[in-house]
Design a protein around this ligand. Sequence first.
Ligand SMILES: *[C@@H]1O[C@H](CO)[C@@H](O)[C@H](O)[C@H]1NC(C)=O
Length: 287
Amino acid sequence: MTRTAPLALLFVAALPGAMAWGAMGHETVAYIASNYVSSSTKSFFQDLLGDTSADYLASVAPWADSYRYTSAGKFTAPFHYIDANDNPPSSCGVDLDRDCGAEGCIVHALQNYTTILISQEASNANLQIAAKLAGDIGQPLHCEALEIGGNGIDVQYDGEDTNLHAAWDSNIPESISGGSSQSSAKSWAEELIKEIDSGAYKAEAASWISGLCVSSAEKQTATALKWATDSNAYVCSTVIPDGISTVENKDLSGKYTTTAQPVVDLQIAKQGYRLAKWLDAIVAEIK
Ligand SMILES: *[C@@H]1O[C@H](CO)[C@@H](O)[C@H](O)[C@H]1NC(C)=O
C-alpha cells in the first residue's frame, strides 16, 4: 500500500500525453465559455465553485486531470474519452453500443453530469469534471480507439520524442497560442471570440449548438454523441488522413502542424461556445 502513491505519481509523470487538451487548451475553452454564458449562469456556477473571479471556469481543468489519477477519482478516468472502434482513415464513426465500455465513456459521463448539475445536488467536483469533459470531447483523439487514441503512435515534435495524442493535446495548440501559460490561453481565447463574433466562424457558430438539448437523458446523450461524432470525423480528415505510417516517427512540427492548426482552432472555439450554451441550458432547466 505504501507504494501506491509514489507509483501513481510516476504514472502521471510518465503519461503527459494522456492528459487531454493540455491545461492551456482547456483554459482557452473555459475563457471562451465564460464570455458567452448568461449572467445567471455565471453567478450560478461562481456560487457552486466558490470563486467569483473572472477565471472561475479557467481554473477548473487542471484539477479534473489530476483527480483521475487519485484513488478517489480513478473511476473518472474512462470518462475522458470514447474508444471509437472505427477504421481510420478509410472510415470514421462513433457507435455508442460498440464503443462505450462497461466502465462508461465521455458520452455517458456528459449525460450523467448534466443530470447531476440539473438536480442541484452537484458538488463543485462534479462541475469541474463536467467542464473538463466538455473540452475533451472536442479533441479528435479523445474519440478514437486506434493505438489508445494515438498515445501508442510515436512521433517527434521540434526534435523531441512524443506521441500523436500529446502533439494534439499540447504541441499543436501551443504552436497557435504561443505558449502553455494561462495568459497565452487568455489571448488565444480573445482571438477566437473575435472570429465567432465577427470573423471566420460568425456564419457557422449557430450550427455548433444545433440540437443542443438537456431536457431528458436521451437528449443529453444525443447532444454528447453528436459532439463526439463531429470530433471523431477529424481523425479521418486531418489527424491521419493518409494512415499511421505517414505520421509515425515523423516530426510533426512543420507542414503537418500547418494543416492541423485550423482544426484545433475550430475545435477549441466550438467547445468553448458549446460549453457556454450547455451550461446555460442546464441553468434554464433548473428553474
Ligand atoms: C455519475 O457521476 C457520479 C458522480 O461522480 C458517479 O458517482 C457515478 O458513478 C456516475 N454514474 C455513471 C453511470 O457513470
